[in-house]
Design a protein. Structure first.
Length: 124
């Protein structure tokens, strides 16, 4: 996932689809075969949000979790990023975009707890 940071706030998205529809997560998605994680995040930000991002190469957090009820295990890699171009225009996967601060972090209904910790690490 990409913890996109600007002015001490992080961009989060409200999921428009299951699993965890209506809950908050970070922009990102599954990698294509042979795709570098950073390239995958740049692609996903373009596809989901319509923006270009610059990703800090070193991950801020790694987490193993299951994707959906009884889903397969997934290794989530969180990176810090910033928007370098374009205007935010969410696609069908995203119901809403929000900018949140560290103070708001604990009250947000994250779909996956590791996304909260990725944002915390990126804003720290």
């Amino acid at each position: 996932g990409a913890a996109i940071v600007e002015d001490s706030r992080a961009l989060v998205t409200v999921r428009a689809r299951e699993p965890e529809k209506g809950r908050v997560d970070l922009p990102g998605g599954f990698l294509e075969v042979g795709e570098h994680p950073v390239d995958g995040l740049v692609r996903e930000a373009r596809e989901e949000l319509g923006v270009e991002i610059e990703v800090v190469e070193r991950p801020v957090l790694l987490a193993i979790h299951t994707y959906g009820e009884g889903g397969a295990y997934v290794l989530a890699i969180g990176f810090r990023a910033r928007i370098t171009g374009g205007e935010i225009r969410p696609t069908d996967d995203v119901a809403e975009v929000r900018w949140i601060s560290t103070e708001e972090l604990d009250s947000v209904d994250f779909a996956w707890e590791h996304d909260r910790e990725m944002v915390r690490a990126a804003l720290g």
